[in-house]
Write a protein that binds this ligand. Structure first.
Ligand SMILES: NC(=O)c1ccc[n+]([C@@H]2O[C@H](COP(=O)([O-])OP(=O)(O)OC[C@H]3O[C@@H](n4cnc5c(N)ncnc54)[C@H](OP(=O)(O)O)[C@@H]3O)[C@@H](O)[C@H]2O)c1
Length: 268
């Protein structure tokens, strides 16, 4: 379903741009319906010229021109940024925040009682229309709008807000974990004489196939893995090393560190 409300993006960074690019790719919103503003004005100007969206002169103007405000700045910048526009927020506004570690309650206490506030945790997959976005919030109208936006750039799931820091550590940061695995596969190819571009295709197409298969299959990932790991084969040889070096423990520790960092961000 097409998005009918005007949308303002505060923070034209990696995620904000990815979400808009996902929506434009699926033609879910008209370019002229979108306003953008970034503290780094050159970046916002370039984006607005390239994507043919409207460039606001300030966050204040952006909020005045938009009904839905997508907050895509760093959590540390929220308090200061809010001062630039909170006085022009109305009951008609829905603010959708993708900030890690920043609960709805905290956002409301900073922005005041007027706007509807929805929390979303998307990921970089949005750029390719394949984000995993988790939504939380109490306002049905706001949730409907957020669902419209994020279902335009991938899959959407509703979860209680108490899970958000964990979701951030799993699916929010998740694309980068898979990028690392691809990076290592590329390196292995190059190290052993395969040209970089071909090594990249080997790694990326393999990741894509594994993702599509895991999504389509009724089997859990561990079952899929076991099915392709034949006794005495090459995959088993790799897993013997992974297990002896406790790769699973390392990954769990990394995810736990991301989880804790999400909790720390709540204190900004
Ligand atoms: N990256 C991810 O994979 C991911 C996934 C899920 C959620 N998130 C969340 O998404 C948010 C954005 O992350 P990101 O990776 O996109 O960060 P980013 O690339 O640094 O983008 C944030 C942008 O906001 C700008 N900004 C800062 N203060 C501003 C202000 N007062 N007004 C307007 N723009 C302002 C920044 O400009 P300057 O660079 O000049 O400061 C920057 O361009 C974060 O809160 C993060 O927790 C990120």
């Amino acid at each position: 379903m097409k998005i009918s409300k005007t949308l303002g993006l505060i923070g034209v960074g990696n995620m904000g741009a990815a979400i808009l690019e996902g929506l434009f790719a699926k033609q879910l919103i008209k370019h002229g319906q979108v306003w953008v503003y970034d503290k780094f004005t050159e970046k916002a100007r370039e984006f607005s010229q390239f994507e043919k969206v409207r460039l606001a002169a300030s966050n204040r103007e952006l909020v005045q021109k938009s009904r839905v405000v997508l907050l895509a700045i760093k959590p540390q910048d929220l308090v200061q940024t809010a001062q630039e526009f909170k006085s022009v927020l109305t009951k008609e506004h829905t603010v959708i925040s993708i900030l890690a570690g920043t609960p709805v309650g905290k956002i409301k206490s900073i922005l005041g009682p007027k706007p509807h506030v929805i929390r979303a945790m998307p990921n970089l997959g949005a750029k390719a229309g394949a984000s995993m976005t988790v939504l939380s919030g109490k306002d049905p109208e706001g949730l409907k709008t957020a669902e419209q936006i994020f279902s335009g750039c991938g899959a959407v799931m509703h979860l209680d807000e108490k899970h958000f820091d964990l979701v951030t550590a799993i699916s929010g940061s998740g694309p980068a974990y898979f990028f690392l695995l691809m990076e290592l596969l590329v390196e292995a190819g190059i190290k052993n004489g395969i040209p970089r571009e071909k090594a990249k295709l080997l790694a990326v197409q393999t990741a894509l196939g594994a993702g599509l298969l895991a999504k389509a299959s009724a089997d859990a990932p561990d079952e899929l893995r076991r099915k392709v790991t034949s006794k005495g084969g090459t995959t088993e040889a790799a897993f013997k090393v992974f297990e002896s070096k406790q790769l699973a423990k390392i990954i769990h520790q990394g995810i736990e560190a991301a989880f804790q960092r999400g909790k720390e961000l709540a204190s900004f």
